[in-house]
Ligand binder design. Structure first.
Ligand code: PLP
Length: 445
């Protein structure tokens, strides 16, 4: 493996030379950082792409979800259902709005399980009192669409708002034969609920380091989101500066980091001295709200996102091609995720599940996914994206502060112990995918 070309799943995986050039250019044009025409252009692109009436940008998926929750008719202390095996960034906006998150277990596609959803709703209505559940969030995990129709039917039956968390699924499709869609239509994730949000975080489908978008067809909701957005600020110039440095810094430094094996230390120092910002701030792991959220999408990051949006189809085609290679090789291992029927995933990651202990010739045993990740790291392949160990990631999240009660979602807890995510992004070549497979086949049988 070439030490100067590390394979990484999450540092800055979508960045290409034109993105770096653009970031450099904007870095020297501070008058374009906060306000500018790129914000509206990005929103128009989303409306056109998803064929929706409204699109509102924010500085993150977190801010976008918070904007939706603030604009729905939900009182404090009422409940929002969402799946376990999620990121604290999807739970926190619920807590910040003083609502209670209630976790639903996942199905074999790593998405919200409709059966457990109905069970949890039934449980909440069984006490004779009015149910506190007001909304359901469906996440299309790693770009694999959830069982949208079943979940939509349940939401209609119980009169619940449906929010789609499309942080991982820009471009994923669900082919519906029912559900109010024209016959044989295929529709994009993000067009099924009352509202949906997207993320342009550093390791998402397209990336502007931070950024998010709300889409909806609901006039009343759109009006409220618009009013809410008017009241919030643009991020500060120093925050925007940090984000612009991110793609530049990783393009130059990642090979040096990995080659000298000092990456983690340098990254820590850069974050400590606020040259770069982390994707999740420390206080968020305890449910607290950093003052960076909610804020408007700054023009500088909208320009980066627009540039990436132009490449969306190519990015997703590439992900599907890489997934095909993994599919071919892993089909005999029975370690693959199962995509739902009638869906067209876009494979933001390619998850496989590994048993706990693997014997390795002359080396004793490997203790599951964690040690396999370490082995891959030694080969300059960085696949630790933080999506493991706990049902709310990253692994140092305080579960109690997230309102998660251990044992409530056993499948999500099990998945978190055995999952190993493989990269599919544009900077992974077919040869790289094959190399990863070859290395893994030494351990996994
Ligand atoms: C499933 C999921 N939902 C929501 C978010 C929040 O997105 P953002 O990081 O843009 O705030 C993330 C990302 O971290 C996520 O993985």
């Amino acid at each position: 493996m070439n030490p100067f070309r590390p394979i990484s799943i999450s540092f800055s995986p979508n960045t290409e030379p034109d993105d770096i050039k653009l970031a450099w250019r904007i870095l020297f044009q501070p008058w374009r950082w906060q306000k500018g025409g790129e914000i509206q252009k990005l929103e128009e692109k989303f409306k056109e792409y998803l064929q929706v009436k409204y699109a509102f940008s924010f500085n993150s998926g977190r801010s976008s979800l918070l904007a939706i929750l603030k604009s729905l008719d939900i009182s404090k202390q009422e409940e929002v259902l969402l799946q376990a095996f999620t990121c604290n960034a999807a739970v926190n906006p619920i807590l910040w709005q003083k609502l209670n998150p209630v976790f639903v277990d996942i199905d074999e596609s790593l998405n919200l399980d409709p059966k457990d959803l109905e069970r949890k709703i039934a449980h909440s209505t069984s006490s004779g009192q009015a149910s506190k559940i007001k909304a359901v969030i469906i996440q299309h995990t790693f770009g694999y669409p959830a069982k949208i129709e079943e979940i939509k039917n349940i939401c209609q039956k119980y009169n619940l708002f449906l929010i789609e968390d499309c942080a991982h699924s820009l471009g994923a499709e669900y082919k519906s034969k029912k559900g109010g869609l024209p016959a044989e239509a295929s529709a994009k994730a993000g067009t099924f609920g009352d509202a949906a949000f997207f993320s342009f975080g550093r390791d998402k489908i397209i990336s502007s380091v931070f950024g998010g978008m709300v889409v909806t067809n609901n006039d009343k909701l759109a009006q409220k989101i618009k009013e809410f957005r008017k009241k919030i600020d643009y991020p500060s110039n120093s925050w925007i500066f940090q984000q612009l440095l991110h793609p530049i810094s990783f393009a130059w430094c990642l090979p040096i980091y990995s080659c000298l094996n000092i990456g983690k230390g340098i990254l820590y120092l850069k974050q400590k001295f606020k040259i770069l910002s982390p994707s999740v701030y420390q206080e968020e792991k305890e449910g607290k709200k950093p003052f960076y959220f909610p804020q408007k999408m700054p023009n500088a990051l909208a320009a980066l996102a627009l540039n990436q949006f132009k490449k969306l189809e190519r990015f997703n085609r590439h992900r599907k091609e890489i997934a095909k290679i993994y599919n071919r090789e892993f089909s005999w291992m029975k370690v693959r995720i199962c995509a739902n029927k009638d869906t067209e995933p876009i494979y933001m990651r390619y998850p496989i599940f590994v048993k706990n202990v693997y014997p390795v010739r002359n080396q004793g045993f490997l203790n599951g996914a964690k040690e396999i990740r370490q082995k891959l790291k030694k080969e300059n392949i960085f696949v630790d994206d933080g999506w493991h160990t706990l049902p709310v990631v990253p692994p140092d999240t305080d579960l109690q502060k997230m309102n998660y009660i251990r044992g409530k979602c056993p499948r999500a807890e099990g998945v978190a112990q055995t999952i190993l995510n493989l990269p599919t992004n544009i900077n992974i070549s077919k040869n790289d995918a094959q190399k990863i497979i070859n290395i893994l086949s030494r351990f996994i049988r």
